[in-house]
Design a protein around this ligand. Sequence first.
Ligand SMILES: NC(=O)c1ccc[n+]([C@@H]2O[C@H](COP(=O)([O-])OP(=O)(O)OC[C@H]3O[C@@H](n4cnc5c(N)ncnc54)[C@H](OP(=O)(O)O)[C@@H]3O)[C@@H](O)[C@H]2O)c1
Length: 316
Amino acid sequence: MSLDGQNPTKAIQDPAMQDPATGSQPAPVVRAEDRAAVVSGATGPQRAQLAPEQPLALRSVREQVEDARHTARKILVLGATSGIAEACIRQWAQRGDALYLVARNPDRLAAVAADARTRGASSVGSAVADLDDTAAHPELLAHAINGLGGLDVAFLAMGVLGEQSQAERSFSAAHQILHTNLTAPVSLLTWLANYTAQRHAGTLAVLSSVAGERGRRSNYVYGSSKAGLTAFVDGLRNRIDRDGVRVMTIKPGPVKTAMTEAMKGSEKFADVEAVASTLVKAIDRGKDIVYVPGIWRIIMAVIRAIPERVFKKLNL
Ligand SMILES: NC(=O)c1ccc[n+]([C@@H]2O[C@H](COP(=O)([O-])OP(=O)(O)OC[C@H]3O[C@@H](n4cnc5c(N)ncnc54)[C@H](OP(=O)(O)O)[C@@H]3O)[C@@H](O)[C@H]2O)c1
């Protein structure tokens, strides 16, 4: 894990920042001088770069007025190089939110962070981390929240589609999908839920999938990881909603991103910018369950209603 180019061993212990998972283990925080670097997100030469093929969108007068009225939010993005996350980050940056971005590819993360700065984010911090490494989560999350100076929204976007055919033959391939899509988010959300519940504030927005609603022959391993994630997030909402924390289960249908580009018919999938617009608004409102595009609520109701004796004969 690399935290804004800082050496994590430089972090100091602050008793006020306890690990909420245990309530006793102090979590590391950033030194004041490091914090300035984290909050400014100073990554030198990338500062003025724009990500390729992502021109600055022209804002209508109405949108500019809305942006001016908007109170900047402190948003943590886990899996910040995901196509869906990047599109949301562009919109959050444009309205001046404060961002802390976590991803495992340093070059792509630097480009996303530089793009967010250019678009107007009030601050951009970042950390390179493989989110499969659950042992590193408490330190990473404490560092991110210190960098942001608090937390309004945590957006969990990382995920892998995996190879269904490989996962049918090899448990380790299936386990990898389950680890990234279910175990790692459970680890992140357990820490984040306890942190936000203690403070009676915050929104945890999690990208699950419509694929979690019914096991299909073509992608039941990915689908089962998302079914588990959906159940976990739904249950978590029922646990901490009364503490003043919004927990959102987001269920996209197929969206045009790197994850789906090799799929047949992907040119007809939902446009990622439109999906991001829906999500940014839904996260502002803290909706419980979001299907995006909305038509997938109806499509999945139909798919769930197909009797199993018929469903098992379909090539879905
Ligand atoms: N696109 C769709 O049709 C669709 C539909 C339903 C749900 N979703 C869900 O939406 C989320 C975002 O998907 P997307 O469409 O934006 O796909 P994407 O562009 O392929 O993004 C997935 C992201 O997850 C990151 N990631 C995977 N494993 C990671 C790890 N161990 N540590 C850190 N980052 C990791 C990837 O990083 P690298 O690039 O470095 O690998 C990538 O940035 C996923 O959870 C996906 O399952 C997508």
